[in-house]
Ligand binder design. Structure first.
Ligand code: PLP
Ligand code: SF4
Length: 349
C-alpha cells in the first residue's frame, strides 16, 4: 500500500459544490436558499460519480426546482410521526418496528422522504434508545427490528456492535434489518469491524438504497462483495425518479447489476410527496408501464415490487401493474404480450 492520503472531505455547502465545479457560480445565490431549506451533503465518492453521470448528480446536487412546493406536498409524507409509541420508534405493522438510530446521513438526497428531519440532530440520545429497546423487549409481537435513520451505518462499528448485542438478547426479535446507503456512497465504511458488528445478530439483513447503476462504483461493488462474502443477505430499495431512472434501460441495468452483486431488488418505491421534490415524481401509470416492460425482459430475481407508501401512515401497498380481472364468471389474465386468457377457479363444493 502507498502512504494513506488524508481522507477526502464530504461537500457540505453550495460554496463547496461551486469550488468542486458541480454547480456554476451564477447559480449559487438561489441554491443557497434551497440549502437553507434542505441540507446539502455529497461524499467524495458521489462527487466523482456525479461528475461523470447526470443521473447521479441530480440525486445529490440541489436544484432551484426544490423551491417549488406544490399543494400536495407533505412535511411527513409517510406518517412516521403518526405511529411513534416512544421517540425514535415507529410501530405501524404488528410484527415489526423501525428504529431511527440517528438522523444524519452521509449524503442528503434531494428527494428524501424524511428531508424535513434528516440531519437535524445526531444519534438518538441514549435515554431514548434505552426506552425504545425497553418497548421492543416488552412487546413480544415484534419479530423484526428495522434500523433506519437517517442512515444507521453512520454509527461507529462499536455502537452498532452494542446495539446488535442488545437486540440479540431479546428472544422474540428474530431478525434485524438495516436500511442504508453507506455501502454505495461511502464504501470504505464497510470495514471488517463493521461486518463483525453486524454479525453479532445471527439474522441480520441489509437493504441497500441505490437508484442508478452509475452509483455502483468499483469501491461500492467491493463493499457489497465483502458483505455478501460474510454471509449477510442483501436486498435493495430504489426510488423511481424522473430524470434519474424512469426508463426501462436505466432500471434494467440497475437491477441486473444488483443481482450480479448478489443483491436482490426488493422494492421500487413510487416517489413520496416530500416537499420540493415534485420534479422527481412520475405518475403511477408510468411506473406500472415500466414494471410491465421489465417483467417481460428480466429474470424474476431482478424484479422488485413496485410500492406506494400511502400518505398519512397507512403503509406500503403494491401498486401494480395488474394482470388480473374478474368478469363475474371467471378470471381474465393478461399475459406478457398483452394477450388475455380465461382462467376458472375450481368449482366450489
Ligand atoms: C416500510 C416500513 C416498514 C417495513 O416494511 P416492509 O414491507 O416489511 O419492508 C416497517 N415499518 C414502517 C413504519 C415502514 O414505513
Ligand atoms: S440516505 Fe435515505 S434518509 Fe438519507 S437523505 Fe438519502 S433518502 Fe433520505
Amino acid at each position: 500500500m502507498t502512504a494513506a492520503l488524508p481522507p477526502a472531505r464530504a461537500l457540505h455547502s453550495v460554496a463547496d459544490l461551486v469550488a468542486e465545479g458541480l454547480v456554476p457560480a451564477a447559480d449559487a445565490p438561489v441554491l443557497e436558499t434551497v440549502a437553507q431549506a434542505f441540507r446539502v451533503r455529497v461524499t467524495p465518492q458521489m462527487r466523482d460519480a456525479a461528475r461523470a453521470s447526470d443521473p447521479v448528480a441530480r440525486q445529490f446536487v440541489p436544484s432551484a426546482q426544490e423551491l417549488t412546493i406544490s399543494p400536495n406536498d407533505l412535511a411527513d409524507p409517510i406518517g412516521d410521526d403518526a405511529h411513534a409509541p416512544v421517540p425514535g420508534l415507529t410501530h405501524r405493522y404488528p410484527d415489526r418496528v423501525i428504529l431511527h438510530v440517528t438522523k444524519t446521513c452521509e449524503v442528503y438526497c434531494r428527494f428524501c422522504f424524511r428531508r424535513e428531519t434528516v440531519g437535524e440532530t445526531g444519534h438518538l440520545p441514549q435515554a431514548q434508545l434505552d426506552a425504545a429497546l425497553d418497548y421492543i423487549a416488552r412487546t413480544p409481537a415484534i419479530w423484526e427490528v428495522i434500523l433506519t435513520g437517517g442512515d444507521p451505518l453512520v454509527l461507529s462499528a462499536r455502537r452498532i456492535a452494542h446495539l446488535m448485542a442488545r437486540l440479540n438478547a431479546i428472544p422474540h426479535v428474530g431478525v434485524v434489518r438495516l436500511h442504508t446507503r453507506v455501502p454505495v456512497v461511502v464504501p470504505d465504511r464497510v470495514t471488517d469491524a463493521l461486518i463483525a458488528a453486524l454479525r453479532l445478530h445471527p439474522a441480520v439483513w441489509v437493504v441497500i438504497h441505490t437508484n442508478h447503476a452509475d452509483e455502483l462504483t468499483a469501491a461500492a461493488r467491493a463493499a457489497l462483495a465483502r458483505l455478501a462474502d460474510a454471509g449477510v443477505p442483501l436486498l435493495s430499495q430504489s426510488v423511481l425518479l424522473r430524470g434519474v431512472n424512469d426508463s426501462v434501460q436505466a432500471l434494467e441495468t440497475l437491477f441486473r447489476a444488483l443481482v450480479r452483486l448478489r443483491v436482490k431488488p426488493y422494492y421500487l418505491h413510487h416517489c413520496d410527496l416530500a416537499r420540493g421534490a415534485g420534479h422527481f415524481r412520475t405518475t403511477i401509470a408510468e411506473g406500472q408501464a415500466l414494471m410491465a416492460a421489465l417483467r417481460g425482459r428480466l429474470s424474476g430475481t431482478c424484479l422488485p415490487t413496485y410500492v406506494l407508501d400511502l400518505p398519512g401512515g397507512f403503509g406500503k401497498v403494491p401498486v401494480g401493474p395488474d394482470y388480473l380481472r374478474h368478469d363475474g364468471e371467471r378470471w381474465l389474465v393478461t399475459d406478457l404480450n398483452g394477450g388475455i386468457h380465461g382462467y376458472s377457479d375450481p368449482a366450489e363444493s
